[in-house]
Design a protein around this ligand. Structure first.
Ligand code: LUZ
Ligand code: MOS
Length: 774
């Protein structure tokens, strides 16, 4: 073993910058490749009366159009609940639901044929609102409740009780690379699948069912994705199976890479939630009781929503200890595209609601929210509503942030600014985050790695991890290089392939580096243990004295002349195996859903963000001046990658909270269906300052090389922007009570600034403006 270099660059950075990295759309195509396009339902809910493909089939270069009737196996792709068809049969459940798959000799011909498909539909009632779905009994799974203590009796001890509602909208994944797949026919009925998926095994498993082909004949291969963010954890599957269905029938390579507009219309997004809360505090601001009811908008099928819902419950108290909690969540079926995993996976939606409850209490009590937040932070040993106990203190990051960033000074400066400015107001917020690491479904917490040492001393590593820009391949390379103590250039991370690594969990839940990295460690260790006796024999010493360091064999603390490469070659000549396939499963985790208690997480990641914003009170627009973060990394193995995850997650969270506004009309048609109508953060909306302190903690943890998972937790720092903007609005209009409705777009800000109850000291010109507005 040697120490890793935490300053190592992402191994893809140069090829990315030069445009040489290979994505699905960069693959050279085989001769005879055909191109697919899906025809999606034009209505959100209805019965198919007649589907007329005749005109489309006659179009030039159209080869064939497939419908559910062409499926040789079972028309079913539901992962958790079997409620999702690959291709619609008689009922249409959302606008964009795939009905037919056109295959043609060019992309243009396929797209042209789509326009010639005719469909008669008998309309059915369309539901877009999760509360309406719940009223009508449209629940995908029975409701779930997490409980600790007894809220019923606790209310009586509360000095203050506040209630309210909170809404969070969905979010487009907007991966730079859209969904897509390329399938090739191989011999003996085998199909090779190139898919832009986070879950190669999910693609393989469902494809096996739909095509009625055993999994061992479906080779799913992934080099890298241009982003996933959860959108390709489950929803890459259908596009790959559609291509494979055509390959199955036509024995030809088939490619489909979705147009951005198709991707936005036909794929699911972050689940919107509508929630009710009730919070009770004693006179010292201790939160004694909390109740929440979550109405999750699942869309038209379960997809991953039941698991997302579970994570909402796991994170419903964020970083706070609350002794009496009762939280219930409803998984509501609506006529929107099935919503799905999105960075944070329901956690952010749950956390937003308790932050809203605390803000509401602060409003009513006339105190800053941070007084309540700080008072109630988790301490070591505090029990979460699901039974696990906190293993560290949430106030470690919080206190460090207060000191390091000189919160007193920030507050003085903001107060001075606000007292001297009328049209611009600043707001501050604290956002503590506590996020559980592990798939909440215990069985998914397993991974495998296949490590080969070649006779020239170079090393090849395969795992179940999918590189999607998050840098997992770099981390896997660091692990293998440090285990063998060889130069990083000696290690190559291979593509993810279901023939090399079987039964993978998706790259998700922030757990990919932990799970796959530990499997790499185990594999490398096994090979080293086989090399040591070889070295001992060559050096005429005992194997306990042998160490491999910097590509040399050492005995005791002395370097010998025996090189790594000589050792490897000798082992080969002696017919010792230089390959290992290893398995890792996270120890100590369990969860019993029948009582909703257990120890589901390997560990928690903590952090605190201080956000400072400026609101332009004439226009309702705002800027994020600074986000100052203290984040608990355990001990980071790669500062560049981890910083990238923190900054990217933060900005994505700010986008969700402030500007990304998904609009479906009452007919279930997506109105924000292009980048012209859906605003994502650009370089101008990034905070002007992002300060990041790497809090290094010495406690043992189950993370890879003690470097804690970093993919999802920082997204939730973005929630701070919502509350900072809200606080700035209140500086301008102290009686304003901006709704807990995210995103807090400039339109909503403007309406709050000049809400009817405005009593601020405004200039004369404003009085006229306000009058007009009323
Ligand atoms: N996916 C999943 C996830 O299947 N289970 C999880 O717990 C999870 N958590 C975060 C992101 N994706
Ligand atoms: Mo994700 S939301 O970890 O695929």
């Amino acid at each position: 073993m040697k120490n890793i270099d935490p300053g190592m660059k992402n191994i893809d950075s140069f090829t990315h910058a030069r445009g040489e990295s290979i994505y699905l759309d960069d693959m050279p195509l085989l001769e005879g490749t055909l191109f697919g396009a899906a025809f999606g339902s034009p209505e959100a809910h209805g019965k198919v009366l007649h589907l007329d493909l005749s005109e489309a089939e006659k179009m030039k270069d159209v080869v064939r159009i497939f419908t559910y009737k062409d499926i040789p196996g079972i028309n079913q792709i539901g992962g958790i609940v079997p409620d999702e068809l690959l291709l619609a049969e008689n009922l249409l459940h959302f606008n964009g639901m795939p009905v037919a798959f056109v295959v043609a000799k060019s992309v243009k011909a396929a797209q042209a044929a789509i326009k010639k498909i005719k469909i008669d539909i008998e309309p059915l009632h369309i539901i877009t609102d999760p509360r309406e779905a719940k009223e009508k009994g449209e629940l995908i799974i029975p409701p779930r409740t997490f409980k600790i203590g007894n809220t019923e009796t606790a209310w009586q001890q509360c000095q203050h009780i506040f209630e309210g509602t909170a809404e969070t909208n969905g979010q487009e994944h907007l991966y730079i690379e859209t969904q897509g797949a390329y399938t090739l026919p191989l011999e003996h009925g085998t199909i090779k699948v190139y898919s832009s998926t986070q879950g190669p095994t999910a693609v393989q498993r469902h494809m096996a069912v739909v095509l009625n082909i055993p999994m061992h004949r479906l080779e799913v291969e992934v080099t890298r994705l241009g982003g996933g963010f959860g959108g390709k954890e489950d929803q890459a599957t259908s596009w790959a199976i559609l291509c494979a269905l055509a390959t199955y029938h036509l024995k030809k390579p088939v490619k489909y890479s979705l147009h951005r507009l198709e991707d936005m219309r036909m794929t699911g997004k972050r689940n919107p939630y509508s929630s009710d809360f009730k919070i009770g505090l004693d006179k010292n601001l201790n939160i004694l009781a909390y109740e929440a009811t979550f109405y999750q908008n699942a869309g038209a099928a379960a997809d991953l929503s039941p698991a997302v819902l579970e994570r909402t419950l796991f994170h419903c108290t964020n970083s706070y200890f609350v002794p009496n909690v009762s939280a219930t969540a409803f998984c509501c079926r609506t006529n929107l595209p099935p919503n799905t995993a999105f960075r944070g996976f329901g956690g952010p939606q749950g956390m937003f609601v308790i932050e809203a409850a605390i803000a509401k209490a602060a409003d009513e009590l006339g105190i800053p929210a941070y007084k309540i937040q700080k008072k109630n932070l988790l301490k070591t040993g505090d029990e979460f509503p699901y039974g696990q106990k906190a293993a560290s203190e949430a106030n470690e990051c919080w206190n460090k942030a207060e000191q390091l960033y000189e919160i007193d000074k920030i507050e003085r400066e903001v107060a001075a600014f606000n007292s001297t400015n009328i049209l611009f107001k600043k707001g501050i917020s604290f956002m503590p985050v506590c996020f559980g690491i592990s798939f909440t479904k215990t069985l998914m917490n397993q991974a495998r790695a296949l490590v080969h040492v070649y006779t020239d001393g170079s090393v090849g590593v395969s795992t179940g991890a999918v590189e999607m820009g998050q840098g997992v391949n770099t981390k896997m390379l660091q692990v293998a290089a440090s285990m063998f103590s060889v130069d990083p250039s000696k290690v190559k991370i291979h593509s993810t392939n279901t023939f090399r690594i079987a039964n993978t969990s998706p790259s998700a839940a922030s757990a990919t580096a932990d799970l796959n990295g530990k499997a790499v460690q185990i594999a490398c260790k096994a090979i080293i243990e086989r090399l040591k006796p070889v070295a001992a024999e060559m050096l005429q010493t005992n194997q306990e004295a042998i160490q491999i360091k910097n590509e040399f064999v050492w005995t005791g603390n002395k370097q010998t002349d025996l090189t790594w490469q000589q050792l490897v070659l000798t082992a080969y000549i002696k017919r010792i195996s230089l390959s290992e396939h290893a398995h890792y499963s996270t120890p100590q985790i369990n969860f019993d859903a029948s009582i909703e208690k257990g120890h589901p997480f390997a560990y928690h990641v903590f952090g605190t963000a201080i956000t400072i914003v400026t609101v332009d009170c004439l226009r309702g627009i705002y800027e994020v001046d600074a986000v100052k973060i203290v984040h608990d990394f355990g001990s980071t193995m790669n500062t560049i990658i981890d910083r990238g995850q923190i900054e990217g997650g933060l900005v994505q969270g700010i986008g969700w909270m402030t500007m990304e506004e998904i609009v479906f009309d009452k007919e279930g048609t997506l109105r924000s269906n292009a980048l012209s109508t859906y605003k994502v953060p650009d370089i101008y909306s990034v905070p002007k300052i992002i300060d990041l302190h790497f809090l290094e903690t010495s406690k043992d943890n189950l993370a890879i090389m003690r470097s804690k998972a970093v993919g999802e937790p920082p997204l939730m720092y973005g929630i701070g922007a919502f509350f900072a903007i809200r606080n700035a609005i209140k500086e301008f209009n102290p009686t304003a009570t901006p709704a807990f409705s995210a995103p807090i777009t400039p339109e909503k800000v403007l309406l709050s600034l000049y809400s009817k109850s405005y009593k601020g000291s405004q200039p004369e010109s404003f009085k006229a403006l306000i009058k007009e507005h009323e």
